[in-house]
Design a protein around this ligand. Structure first.
Ligand SMILES: Cc1cc2nc3c(=O)[nH]c(=O)nc-3n(C[C@H](O)[C@H](O)[C@H](O)COP(=O)(O)O)c2cc1C
Length: 262
């Protein structure tokens, strides 16, 4: 499978991305890797801290005292968040228009922060939970591609360092990840299979290089039986800072979210 990329780096030679061996191959480009996103350090997303409730003035306290559980809404709490934004993202060496880039903050984490900020603007109280792998993925791109292929081939369920304790109190789950080999990483199954999504609205969002949503909506339809799988959002990782805010605002604008200001 091979798809041409339209590079926007102003290079004289065309860069092409190819899905090879479970990832995107570096097929041309300068000998040296890029060392940043045009010098612009990606913003640490405001709402994308691990296990935080956006809009709260007091820090949320994990209920099990470990510091790893999300602040699940207590039953009967009128002001509780009914929207959960759960995402996985990997910083480190990544694909960038056929080249490589070292991301201080993963693209999906940037998008999660943009979505969280927009939710806050809309008055939608929400919890944000960054899913981390118990065995962190390597910084190295090729090593991550290889590990992902092994995990896909084995239909693995990589353990989470910080599982979401419960999604019972949430009506809407926004679930985000990068696209890895044309689908979400296997660790997203670890998350979905731990919970009952019956009756919940699930909206996937992804960042990608060439594949768009890929098999994402189909995967979540299978993985979250009984859920209403809503429209997904796909933003190209390379353009997430520029395109993310409008894409996220448009996407959220087509939803009716609990607590949303009219
Ligand atoms: C292991 C691996 C596999 C990937 N496979 C694909 C792919 O099949 N299609 C695609 O469009 N992008 C692919 N990418 C690129 C990522 O989806 C893209 O860079 C994304 O924005 C990374 O998000 P993150 O920084 O939050 O992890 C892959 C990246 C990695 C690390």
């Amino acid at each position: 499978m091979s798809r041409a990329l339209q590079p926007q780096l102003g290079r004289r030679i065309a860069l092409r991305g190819a899905l090879l061996g479970g990832g995107l191959a570096l097929v041309t480009g300068p000998a040296a890797c890029s060392t940043g996103t045009s010098g612009a350090q990606p913003d640490r997303p405001s709402g994308a801290a691990r296990s935080s409730t956006a809009g709260d003035t007091t820090p949320s306290k994990p209920r099990d005292g470990t510091g790893t559980s999300p602040p699940g809404p207590a039953p009967g709490d009128e002001g509780r968040a009914r929207v959960l934004l759960a995402y996985f993202s990997r910083a480190g060496e990544n694909y960038h228009y056929g080249d490589r880039v070292d991301l201080a903050v993963g693209n999906t984490e940037v998008l999660a922060g943009i979505i969280s900020a927009r939710l806050s603007q809309l008055g939608v109280k929400h919890d944000v939970h960054r899913l981390d792998a118990a065995d962190p993925y390597p910084d190295d791109y090729d090593a991550t591609v290889a590990r992902n292929v092994r995990e896909q081939d084995a239909d693995a369920r990589p353990a989470l360092a910080n599982p979401v304790e419960s999604i019972d109190g949430y009506d809407v789950v926004l679930v985000g990840s990068p696209i890895w080999n044309v689908r979400p990483p296997m660790l997203m199954h670890t998350f979905t299979e731990a919970h009952d999504f019956t009756g919940k609205d699930v909206h996937p969002f992804v960042t990608f290089a060439v594949s768009g949503l890929g098999a994402t909506e189909r995967e979540y339809t299978r993985a979250c039986p009984g859920a209403n799988i809503g429209e997904g959002l796909a933003v190209q990782g390379e353009t997430v800072h520029a395109d993310g805010p409008t894409a996220a605002a448009d996407w959220l604008g087509r939803m009716r979210l609990p607590g949303q200001r009219t």
